[in-house]
Write a protein that binds this ligand. Structure first.
Ligand SMILES: [Zn+2]
Length: 97
């Protein structure tokens, strides 16, 4: 298990960003994996992943690990796929989500 909190707002932050949680639960891990930025926007991952629908018109989810993103894409179905965001894209998307 692994999980992180934001140094600024104290909320869940992406994997590898902010303070590591002591004795994290599976919920802590998922809270960190299922985001590319914390709620205040201070903690943002440089290695974010998005799952898009096949027409790339909709973001189905945002993730901070490739494993979690590919797993989510499988759950969303064959018409979705995981895409690695650049740091710029992650910053832009986190401002609108
Ligand atoms: Zn924060």
């Amino acid at each position: 298990m692994t999980g992180y909190t934001c140094k600024s707002c104290g909320g869940p932050s992406p994997i590898g960003v902010g303070y590591a949680i002591t004795n994290p639960t599976q919920e802590d891990q998922h809270a960190s994996e299922d985001r590319i930025a914390c709620d205040c926007g201070h903690s943002i991952t440089a290695a974010g992943w998005a799952v898009f629908n096949v027409a790339v018109t909709q973001i189905l989810g945002l993730y901070s690990t490739e494993d979690r993103a590919t797993e989510a894409a499988r759950e969303f179905g064959s018409c979705s796929f995981a895409y690695r965001l650049s740091a710029d894209e992650a910053a832009r998307i986190s401002q609108t989500h």
